[in-house]
Design a protein around this ligand. Structure first.
Ligand SMILES: Nc1nc2c(ncn2[C@@H]2O[C@H](COP(=O)(O)OP(=O)(O)OP(=O)(O)O)[C@@H](O)[C@H]2O)c(=O)[nH]1
Length: 379
């Protein structure tokens, strides 16, 4: 009898210990998210072990969460759905142009109206003038009023100003045994966190292993919002529990976790900042510098709200001076007929629009494709 009591006490003690201990990171670090077909591990982050962020005191305790929940929409179905949405919001502009061009007589007044329509769509004055001049020349040379021919010419000229030659691919491949690192920046409320969340879903749908870094440390709610996106597709979110923690340190931690877990991509969300706050703009440079001690930053995506018009242009210029922007994400294109901003920003910065946001839904993010964009305008 006494033996049974002893055994029962020992079992209860062990159970109690295990339950009270709760889930902890494994001794070897964070759980690897690599697939069987991923390159063999080895040495990736080891050479960086001696590299610490600017101050070791300001490294916050990173917490991580990983849960499998959602299955993101497949790439083909997402693209088909978003194509429809793009034409719904933007083809008013295209149809306006076609209506003008199919008038019986295209005189100077008509050309002026065409230019005005292009300006109203935020194409910018230089691109609007170039496009009108090119069309004017072609209509004159060909002497045609055939609507099918005129539409074809307009399509070609629009495509030229949107510039199909720019490289719009995203750096999402591991290199030198480190994950691709994507830093997402922009002013307040443009859709940075939403974009990081949506992009994580796109990458998960493409079988990439992703880590999210909540380098927006101004508001705890921002990190919560990011973590919610991460949880939905089962990716790790690295964050700090301390409000106002150094965002560079959180970003560094996230990249370290990505290196240890041998992830493909680390997506870093940053706090919204006004372009006229010099200190905050400098902070972006610091985040990039500190992260670079662990792994190269492959992309700096500047998120711009398409509905903000010329103000978006000002932001784009200042951000690109503070940190080398490699691509633009144009959000809220679903809510505006001012898609011409694509052209204006690309011209001003020489940086391609790589992604477009077409709604608040989790799968409302698409790669920017010039041909599809122009077709959506004219259909
Ligand atoms: N219609 C539409 N809404 C969008 C799109 N992208 C983001 N939003 C909405 O824009 C609002 C702001 O998005 P957030 O992702 O919180 O913006 P943020 O830039 O991270 O904001 P801060 O962290 O405050 O700077 C949210 O209500 C989003 O749902 C889009 O493509 N279309």
């Amino acid at each position: 009898m006494f033996v049974y009591v002893i055994v029962a006490v020992v079992i209860l003690a062990i159970l109690g210990f295990v339950l009270l201990r709760g889930p902890k990171a494994p001794p070897g670090g964070y759980e690897s998210t690599r697939d069987a077909d991923d390159p063999a591990p080895g040495g990736s982050g080891d050479s960086n072990d001696d590299v610490a962020p600017t101050s070791t005191e300001d490294v916050p305790a990173a917490t991580t969460t990983k849960r499998k929940v959602d299955r993101p929409e497949s790439v083909s179905s997402r693209m088909a759905r978003l194509r429809g949405r793009l034409s719904k919001s933007n083809n008013l502009f295209g149809r306006g142009l076609l209506a003008l061009l199919s008038r019986d007589r295209i005189d100077q007044d008509v050309w002026d109206e065409i230019e005005e329509t292009l300006l109203l769509a935020d194409l910018g004055s230089e691109a609007s003038m170039d496009l009108v001049e090119a069309l004017q020349k072609r209509v004159k040379v060909e002497g045609t009023q055939d609507p099918v021919r005129v539409k074809a010419m307009l399509r070609e000229e629009l495509l030229t100003v949107v510039d199909p030659t720019m490289d719009r691919s995203l750096a999402i491949e591991r290199k030198d045994l480190a994950p691709a690192v994507i830093l997402v920046v922009g002013v307040n409320g443009v859709g940075k966190t939403t974009t990081v969340g949506k992009l994580a879903r796109v990458l998960v749908a493409e079988d990439k292993d992703v880590v999210l870094g909540a380098a927006d440390t101004f508001r705890a709610a921002a990190a919560d919002q990011l973590q919610t996106w991460g949880n939905r597709v089962g990716v790790v979110t690295v964050r700090s529990e301390t409000e106002g923690a150094d965002p560079a340190s959180v970003a560094f931690d996230a990249v370290k976790v990505g290196i240890e877990a041998e992830s493909d991509v680390v997506l870093l969300d940053t706090a919204g900042r006004l372009q006229n706050k010099a200190g905050l703009m400098d902070q972006l440079g610091k985040i990039k510098r500190v992260v670079s001690k662990a792994a190269e930053v492959d992309e700096v995506l500047l998120v711009i709200d398409a509905t903000t018009g010329q103000n978006g242009m000002v932001q784009a210029k200042v951000f690109s001076q503070a940190v080398d922007v490699t691509g633009i994400v144009l959000t809220k294109l679903d809510g505006t007929a001012k898609g011409g901003i694509v052209v204006a920003i690309q011209r001003a910065l020489g940086v391609p629009v790589k992604l477009i946001g077409l709604g608040e839904g989790p799968d409302d993010l698409a790669p920017f494709d010039p041909e599809q964009f122009v077709d959506a305008l004219l259909d």
